[in-house]
Design a protein around this ligand. Sequence first.
Ligand SMILES: NC(=O)c1ccc[n+]([C@@H]2O[C@H](COP(=O)([O-])OP(=O)(O)OC[C@H]3O[C@@H](n4cnc5c(N)ncnc54)[C@H](O)[C@@H]3O)[C@@H](O)[C@H]2O)c1
Ligand SMILES: CCCCCCCCCC=O
Length: 535
Amino acid sequence: MSREQQAVARARKAFETGRSRPLEYRIIQLKNLQRLFIEREKDISDAIKKDLNKSEVGTQLFETLGLEGEINLAIRKLKEWAAPRPVEKNLLTLSDTVYIQPEPLGLVLIIGAWNYPWAVTIQPLIGAIAAGNAAVVKPSEVCVHTAKVMEDLLPLYIDKELYPVVTGGVAETQELLRQRFDYIFYTGNGTVGKVIMEAAAKHLTPVTLELGGKSPCYIDKNCDISIACRRITWGKYTNCGQTCIAPDYILCDPSIQDRVIEEVKKSIKDFYTENPKTCPDYGRIINQRHFKRIMALVGDSTVAAGGDGDESDCFIAPTVLRDVKPDAKVMQEEIFGPILPILPVSGLDEAIKFINKGEKPLALYVFSADEKVISRMRDETSSGGFLANDCLVHFSVSSLPFGGVGNSGMGCYHGKFSFDQLSHLRGCLIKKLKMEGVNNMRYPPHTPKKLGWARFFFLTTFDLGWAGRMLLLALMAVVAAFVLQVRETQDSDRLRSRVKNSYLISVDQTQQPGCRNSSVVIKIKVLHMHFIYLH
Ligand SMILES: NC(=O)c1ccc[n+]([C@@H]2O[C@H](COP(=O)([O-])OP(=O)(O)OC[C@H]3O[C@@H](n4cnc5c(N)ncnc54)[C@H](O)[C@@H]3O)[C@@H](O)[C@H]2O)c1
Ligand SMILES: CCCCCCCCCC=O
């Protein structure tokens, strides 16, 4: 058995013991994970410093703070999330217990990416633990030092059989993908996303794909350009542009382009000093392959700021490109580096048209003081997430689903969305072995009269206001009367009924003109009734 097979087999066996299921056990694991972030803060930030030159404070701000928040939330809400969720019933199931029971899926494979190696690998793990699953964790090999720390530390804090860490690159990941999982949660680029989905299809395993793409950023003339550019500069150059939701490029009116460039340059200086290379808050490109790829994107455009780099140090200066053409190299792929192209457009209409010509992005940003501009941008485009007048921060809101649409991914997570995504939401209906008469309408022999009743029971909906509750009471009386009536017909020799004032219920099924469905009209003529059982 390969190392990967062994880890999968052990995790599966551990899941089958049932120990990941009790809420108390899940909470213990989550608390242990929380302890890891408190006690091993230094190990974590030292490794990330080596991988991406993130500062200690930057690591906490962008990686572990969010994880601690997600763990706290899961611990606080777990009982509520895992509880049966009552749902609305139809008339037919009025006396039944109908609810959704979240249950663990089983064994989850989590494949992480390198750019925020803790955030994007551990955040799904929090969801997997909270939902009662086992999980094999595969950190990105590209983040060499962090992968090692994760492999060393996780088993010291959480159940190492239920949640094993498997390190390695393409070969190891593909070996994992040959195994059977109950869910695969992948974060990374779309090309590999297709490989993941193909492998998952072999076992009919459902997937979440957290991918990327080119996230547009439109700056309206009607806005505070200085503030807009400060926020965009932060969103773009954080982690040296290696952020899945970084604003990829700016669209703006040509008349504000110079001002935008000046303000971005000013913010770069404010954030990263005159010399970003020596600034502890300015990151590095992950490796020389990506360094070369990013530098090659600049070639055919005009540099307005930065543009220089040092391959030996994987440093690329915060760069702005002006008057960029849609067919420029930098516009052909997700940049994932500190290059900010500006494409002049004639206004909102052209911006929307341009965005809609591309793939659906992971995030879409608009800066404007005009609510109509913001609404039009939201309503006339599609993207994983939508932000007006800021960048990135939606990632930190646990009550928002985070994920892509179309080419930027499928599925979503964070907070309760992680719990739901990694649970099976099992529909449950618990009926009593009583009131068999009600079921006659669905049993053979099928007759138009029974169908009439079935239409009524299946299609009647109620809006439970005050009037709705009154109606519900009346309907319950109808159901009770119907049950008794059916029973009476069935057992007429045993049961004789005497109904005062002649007539109980009649059902009129009439086809309404201009309406495809027939409507059921109930007439209750007499509510006063007596049933006498004769033995
Ligand atoms: N949506 C999100 O939350 C999110 C977060 C981070 C990054 N991203 C996106 O991820 C991309 C950057 O990450 P990346 O793809 O360079 O990360 P990566 O190179 O770390 O790859 C991601 C994972 O896929 C595995 N992998 C790589 N090639 C493989 C193959 N051929 N077969 C099987 N597994 C393979 C790696 O081992 C790794 O664990 C960007 O597009 C970015 O936008 C998205
Ligand atoms: C305070 C804002 C936090 C933003 C963190 C962004 C993480 C993005 C993960 C994808 O690359």
